[in-house]
Design a binder for this molecule. Sequence first.
Ligand code: GDG
Length: 493
Amino acid sequence: MSRLIVVSNRVNPPNPAEGGEGSVGGLAMALAAALREYSGIWFGWSGKTIPEFTGQLNMQRIEGVTVATVDLEETDYQEYYNGYANKTLWPLFHYRVDLTAYDRSFGEGYERVNKRFAETLLPLIEPDDIVWVHDYHLIPLAKELRRMGVKNRIGFFLHIPWPAHQLVVTLPRHRQLVEALFDYDLIGFQTEESLQAFEGYVYSEVHGTKNARGELEAFGRRAQAAAFPIGVDADDFASIVKGETARKTYDRMMAHSVFRKMVVGVDRLDYSKGLEERLIGFERFLHDHPDMVREVMLLQIAPLSRDEVEAYQDLRGRLDGLIGRINGAYAEMDSTPIRYVNRSYRRDELAGVYRAAKAALVTPLRDGMNLVAKEYVAAQDPEDPGVLILSRFAGAARQMKDALIINPNSPEEISDALERALSMDVSERKRRWEALFDNVQREDVTAWRDNFVTALRGRPEAGDEEAPAPVRSLDVASKVLRAKTPEAKAMRA
Ligand code: GDG
């Protein structure tokens, strides 16, 4: 079987000593599992900077995964990572034009690093390999690899939303960015909504079309685009919650919240996650329900993220102020309504925290998917599950319809949902949870990975004029492939 080469900006194989987490992010787990199953290489930036780029590869075997990393120059880090990735594409794709910086040097750094990645990766690619590139940092990678003559199948998956046409066109050189996507054989999005927004751009901005096989044609090339909603390893999460660390954490959380119902939020500290809106919604709840003030507490875990970027420092300052204000107004000598921590926890500790929480507030203003919503569901006690309150603007809301779906911009909706969640009887909680868990388990990370890799394998190689087996409508294909039936397994094999 052909090898799989996974490329992502950072390479973080999970470390069992850290409760199975390489870094804050569910993606590391998913990619590491993909590579163990298919055999191959995980390539990306080491996370280190050096004075001058050398292209020196560092190869290691970590937890059954071959990892190849390269160091970047400090200027690369500033222009490509802090610059174009985190100050241009991330805010724009999350609808924050107000925070988007359009700086020519960022764009140049972005192109330069993608070229450097391609040059470093090139000697590792063998003729039968398939290459799977992840996320907005690396959109031009296939273009660079094609220039160097790579004909292998290359797929791309975007973990964040693809925004509306009007937003994309605010980006200088937006056309080049989209054109670069047409050097991939398969372009994956989290949701149908993102897929449609991408198609909308292709049709109206560059007059592309869709052919009889369902491929998009533009810039004299064709590519398949489809939605592949990412999932979590639900069975693994449901099992780690029964482990010793998770149980101890659960007991500790329960002991600390005697007589009080705990509501949890877990997010990287990022403006897309709607943290301020969540806190204002919680404040409204305390205001509207004075009888509940001593009976509820919000635990917000928010590990710092990208804290060299000013917008993140500003957000942190505003959150500190907001939390101080709410706690100042509603705390008693023996109770504080919000417990706020800026550090990260082990994955198995998180599982225990999720299980101890009567409700989870997942209220992003925009989110490609949101794995926390799925992890929360996977960690619940089936006999006494908590309630998920979920923003309609998270990609996950498309699948998780039995959550309490809210608009995060409305403090009233957050307040009402909290009231409803905390007073919901067990039969309704169970009914909702069963439907949610069924989905989280069925559309899990394995299904996501297998759907994508199967679809990519089915694509013709670059320059291969022979039509491949007709491309099934991916909607139908992914329904079949997602199923965990023997037939679906045989198709995946
Ligand atoms: C991007 C997209 C998409 C958080 N705190 C701790 C911790 N985490 C873990 C969570 C979860 C992951 O980080 C966060 O994943 P999300 O999906 O919620 O959000 P992003 O980081 O923004 O991820 C997103 C995702 O990519 C995958 O495609 O869903 O839309 O923005 O797994 O558990 N993990 C540990 N300690 C923490 O304190 N161990």
